[in-house]
Design a protein around this ligand. Structure first.
Ligand SMILES: [Zn+2]
Length: 474
């Protein structure tokens, strides 16, 4: 019997706010332990939380990015449990009335479009961080109360590859929307996976097994590549899988049983009596909606349609939105956008990589790049010379036309001048000239190269080829 995997993901991302969810403490990274704390996030008695308006806005904006419904009533609940990193003995989350629900995300996976339904994206708070030393443990509450968004997908994913593609698309979307910086190294994204297997074609769900402790997307892929065959083998052996939580051991490359899975009622959820329900009004929702940017996949598709770019180019410009903006400013209403794309993706990226400049501090404008490309297209300079002009343009910001003028780089299309160089080259290389006359067509390229070299790249290459041919034949 064939089996298939059923995978759902719970992704936690840290919202990009200046302060924490319920207090004014900084939402920062890397500070000395317990320096971003106050009575509210330490859970001291007698203090009251105040919701962070920006966190609420980012949550709703995420809902719009993920095509979710935004309920007019949402509330905050306490999830009760004791753990040393949780000073309050509960975590505030949104249990049965989340701020967003019922959306979907479309993304590319192995060259085709995939769609995963989004159950919900809800707000919750982070807890502190434990560090275990030789003989004692320390707890740092800097992260306690940092706003997190938990994005829950429906179990629509069917492979490790698909889960990986979904995560990448989700992160790209959240970064583009300004929701989160999604810096994995700073722990801004964490992911839990629910996975079960079932006979291919059946609709029932097997025992849901949750895997925790993956700290990278490749970890998610590897954990699934291990876990799916493990479950299939177990089922084939006749074993009955139980609902449980397993831990991914990244070094050993295995998952291992951690505990049987808790049910929701174990947490004694109840509405937080200190927090008002969240009841957004239409005007505010409209203002949030107005901030929805063009989504990455939509942009890629538009770049391909509007500028006739190949998928590979559009992908690069999608993945680097600032580069994409630069391209669009240069290429809009230009007759050969592909030529501009080549300069942006190859030359501009390469120069930026080896320079201290960024797109924000660039010395030249998109219009100046277009001017350079126009000089090549119109035959005024050769593409070889254009490479040098570009470097000067990049370093100085001088207009391409002026660089060509000042350095005398214009292409020579004067038959007389190029003809004289051709004569010189034929005389200096009798061997290749004879080869060509004997039928070795490739010898012409060598001679043409010599003409270009002698003219310091300025000869019109097409004209040089024609003249050489007629002189050699004549
Ligand atoms: Zn605080």
């Amino acid at each position: 019997m064939e089996y298939e995997a059923v995978i759902g993901l719970e992704t936690h991302v840290q919202l990009r706010t200046r302060s924490k969810m319920w207090c004014g403490c900084a939402n920062g990274f890397g500070a000395a332990p317990n320096t971003h704390v106050c009575p509210v996030c330490l859970g001291l008695p007698g203090v009251l939380p105040v919701a962070n308006a920006e966190a609420l806005r980012l949550t709703v904006l995420t809902g719009y990015l993920l095509n979710c419904e935004i309920p007019r009533f949402a509330k905050f609940d306490r999830k009760n449990y004791f753990y040393p990193d949780s000073a309050k003995n509960y975590q505030v989350t949104q249990y049965d009335r989340p701020s967003t629900q019922g959306g979907h995300l479309e993304f590319e996976c192995n060259g085709s479009l995939a769609r995963v339904r989004i159950t919900r994206a809800h707000l919750e708070e982070d807890v502190g961080k434990l560090t275990h030393f030789d003989r004692h443990s320390g707890v740092d509450f800097n992260r306690a109360g940092v706003p997190l968004l938990e994005i829950v997908s429906e179990p629509d994913l069917t492979s490790a590859d698909m889960a990986h593609a979904y995560l990448n698309a989700l992160i790209e979307l959240l970064v583009r929307g300004g929701i989160s910086d999604c810096d994995m190294e700073k722990g801004m994204v964490r992911c839990d996976v629910n996975v079960s297997v079932r006979p291919k074609g059946s609709t029932g769900l097997g025992a849901k097994i949750e895997i925790k402790n993956m700290n990278s997307f490749s970890g998610v892929r590897r954990a699934l590549d291990y876990e799916i065959p493990r479950q299939i083998e177990a089922v084939r052996r006749g074993e009955k899988l139980r609902q449980e939580t397993r831990r991914w051991d990244d070094v050993a490359g295995i998952t291992e049983a951690m505990r049987s899975k808790e049910d929701a009622h174990d947490y004694r959820y109840f509405p937080d009596p200190d927090l008002l329900p969240f009841t957004p009004e239409d005007a505010w929702l409209e203002s949030v909606k107005a901030a929805v940017p063009e989504l990455p996949l939509a942009r890629k598709q538009r770049l391909m349609a509007a500028f006739s770019l190949p998928a590979g180019d559009a992908e690069v410009l999608k993945a680097n939105p600032d580069l994409g903006d630069f391209f669009e400013q240069a290429a809009t209403s230009f007759r050969n956008p592909k030529a501009i794309a080549n300069w942006v993706i190859n030359n501009l990226s390469a120069q930026l990589a080896t320079s201290d400049l960024t797109l924000a501090t660039l010395r030249f404008t998109p219009a100046q790049l277009r001017e350079l490309v126009e000089l090549v297209e119109s035959g005024r300079i050769s593409s070889r010379i254009a490479q040098d002009v570009f470097v000067t343009l990049f370093n100085t910001g001088e207009a391409p036309g002026s660089i060509v003028e000042r350095q005398g780089l214009a292409q020579v299309s004067d038959t007389g001048a190029i003809g004289r160089i051709c004569d010189e080259v034929i005389a200096a290389h009798p061997g290749p000239a004879a080869d060509y006359r004997a039928g070795k067509i490739a010898a012409l390229n060598f001679l043409k190269g010599q003409v270009m070299k002698l003219s310091k790249g300025k000869a019109n290459p097409g004209l040089a080829g024609e003249l050489l041919e007629s002189k050699l034949k004549g």
